[in-house]
Design a protein around this ligand. Structure first.
Ligand code: PMP
Length: 439
């Protein structure tokens, strides 16, 4: 008999092992998760997380909205509400989506507990075990986790500096069909991709939609960063070009605050009812309090002005990170994102971002290894560097520390040239603290 698995407190985790549903096997904590528990210590500069810099949000704007909600609509805010979401907020959401060229009906909007819940609901509705989801290579770690939990088979599609490559999409669909696989949807983040940083070009958007339409593949468009552009506005959303084949996800997490946990789906009308039923089954209704607070904020505050000041903060941090990379790590490759939160960096040959992370944490800097963003765990030669949360000073410090780690690894590689790849440090303790950074 093998030893039971135990958690950090020594508790045996095995007694109910045989009771778990098959799909629970997709829910496993990565080694990276354990490291992030350490990386959240204050002395570590974390370039790992996708946390918005909410301190840039004037506190009085939020307290004003909360006060008004409690004063004017207290009992409604504290009560259960509509499963589909507060109608007045859904009206405002229509106005927000219009900024990216989308016209729709309030009736087809379903408010969710962040767009993360929307990912879960859509996957629950469409995926049987073994069904294929197409997704960019790399793709959002939180989506991959959801897809895994429903036992989907994720097929990654190549991206370049203009986003998803249409020819690669066509080829992947053809190959899946040839091997008898059932494709349900394409999951795509067209704007300021997480983690890739790139934006799908305007001319590729209709091409991607045409391919999906021709092959009867739904499109799941995830767009939390679209309004956070540093220069030009993003091209019209995929949903703006096709309202029957595109399920659109939006969120207030990056343009306002993730603490309210409010996102939404704009569903094709044919799907909307099933989606509402799935949402009600999951949570009865989204938080009325959060929705009314956001409704008040959008009504009373200069929220567009606030988004503009978020953009200024993130632009400066992006510039700082790019300059620091140029100064300290010119041997890396990276893209220069025009918005959003992330730089996707490539390591020199021979280095492994996952193996290197324990050493980086020892040097008091954290990043997310590229392996988190591929369903098959590849991506060792890349890392995601987030510039959204640390101050410019800390970004510089973090990149300097990262340079020390990478240069140290290269020296080791040179010393042991020919003796095989470097191994990870002894595995870190199996801590399962919540990972504030793993998004
Ligand atoms: N999609 C993407 C691409 C994200 O980056 C995130 C959060 N980092 C989410 C969805 C989930 O965001 P939320 O649930 O806060 O709306």
């Amino acid at each position: 008999m093998s030893e039971p698995s135990r958690d950090a407190r020594g508790v045996n985790l095995d007694p109910w092992l045989s009771h778990y549903a098959d799909r629970a096997s997709g829910l496993s904590a990565s080694e990276v998760r354990a490291l992030f528990a350490v990386a959240s210590r204050p002395e570590v500069v974390s370039l790992a997380g996708g946390m918005p810099y909410v301190s840039a949000l004037p506190r009085e704007l939020v307290t004003g909205a909360l006060d008004r909600v409690m004063r004017d609509q207290g009992p409604t805010a504290l009560q259960y509400g509509s499963g589909q979401g507060v109608p007045a907020l859904r009206e405002q959401i229509l106005g927000i989506m219009a900024l990216e060229g989308i016209s729709g009906s309030v009736d087809d909007i379903v408010v969710t507990t962040g767009s993360q819940q929307a990912l879960d609901l859509v996957t629950k509705l469409f995926i049987d075990p073994g069904d294929v989801i197409l997704a960019e290579a790399p793709s959002y770690v939180g989506a991959i986790g959801v897809f895994r939990s429903y036992q989907a088979s994720v097929v990654h599609i190549t991206m370049d500096e203009f986003g998803l490559v249409p020819e690669a999409l066509e080829a992947a669909i053809t190959s899946c069909h040839a091997s008898g696989k059932r494709i349900k949807f394409l999951y795509t983040i067209p704007n300021f991709h997480n983690p890739g940083g790139v934006t799908l070009s305007a001319d590729r958007r209709p091409l991607i939609l045409e391919i999906c339409r021709r092959h009867n593949v739904l499109v799941l468009e995830d767009n939390p960063y679209g309004l956070l552009s540093f220069d030009e506005p993003v091209p019209p959303a995929l949903r703006a070009l096709d309202d029957e084949g595109v399920i659109y996800l939006g969120s207030f997490s990056k343009t306002f605050a993730p603490g309210f946990r409010v996102g939404w789906v704009l569903a094709p009308h044919a799907i909307r009812e099933k989606l509402v039923l799935a949402a009600e089954a999951a949570i009865l209704c989204p938080s009325a309090f959060s929705q009314l607070a956001i409704h008040e904020y959008l009504n009373e505050a200069d929220w567009m002005g606030q988004i503009a000041s978020f953009r200024d903060v993130y632009r400066e941090r992006r510039d700082t990170m790019i300059r620091a990379l140029e100064d300290h790590l010119p041997e890396l490759t990276w893209n220069v994102p025009n918005g959003g939160f992330y730089v996707w960096a490539g390591l020199p040959p021979g280095l492994d971002s996952k193996a290197m992370l324990p050493r980086a944490v020892t040097e008091l800097v954290a990043y997310t290894p590229g392996t988190a963003f591929f369903a098959d765990g590849t991506g060792q030669s890349n890392m995601r560097l987030s510039f959204c949360y640390p101050t410019p000073e800390n970004i510089q410090l973090g990149i300097r520390r990262l340079a020390t780690v990478i240069h140290g690894e290269r020296d080791l590689l040179d010393t042991f040239a020919g003796t095989g790849p470097l191994q990870a440090s002894p595995s870190s303790p199996n801590v399962t603290a919540p990972p504030p950074d793993l998004n």
